[in-house]
Design a protein around this ligand. Structure first.
Ligand SMILES: Nc1ncnc2c1ncn2[C@@H]1O[C@H](COP(=O)(O)OP(=O)(O)OP(=O)(O)O)[C@@H](O)[C@H]1O
Length: 124
């Protein structure tokens, strides 16, 4: 297996190339994860609702943070799944706990984001 930390062709590339790696990760998650696609579509709906409701700037800031947190957690969850499936494709009780916890982290942030949106609706 290639050791990436010693490979000058992979580590510490220029900013634009690292940006391309990051966008490629987002694109891979979009293609492989139905939940990531659902979250993005829901988030677009939430942003359209904000455009219509025109709440105070603080609500925009909190909503954008909540959206970013949910999508970032889903990307971490997807990253973890890929690493685990590559390193240990077999069924294992510990892997179930690891994957369930990662999915639980996404769920916690989704519930918090939904709660934030409901509070916003009650305030406007
Ligand atoms: N190798 C494994 N060993 C034990 N349980 C596993 C394993 N792979 C998956 N599971 C179980 O199946 C669930 C779903 O698996 P996985 O996370 O790979 O699929 P997913 O549909 O992409 O999930 P998510 O909606 O969280 O992205 C896990 O949360 C875990 O409970």
């Amino acid at each position: 297996m290639a050791r990436l930390e010693k490979d000058p062709n992979v580590k510490n590339r220029p900013f634009l190339e690292r940006l391309e790696f990051a966008l490629s990760g987002i694109s891979a998650a979009w293609r492989s994860e139905a939940s990531f696609r659902t979250q993005i579509i829901v988030m677009i709906g939430v942003l359209l609702a904000l455009l219509w409701l025109r709440p105070a700037a603080i609500w925009w800031a909190m909503t954008v943070l909540a959206i970013g947190a949910v999508l970032a957690a889903e990307l971490f969850n997807t990253a973890l799944e890929h690493v685990i499936d590559h390193l240990h494709p077999e069924h294992a009780a510990k892997i179930k706990i690891a994957k369930d916890c990662a999915a639980g982290a996404v769920l916690v942030l989704c519930v918090a984001a939904i709660a934030l949106f409901l509070i916003l609706l009650m305030q406007t």
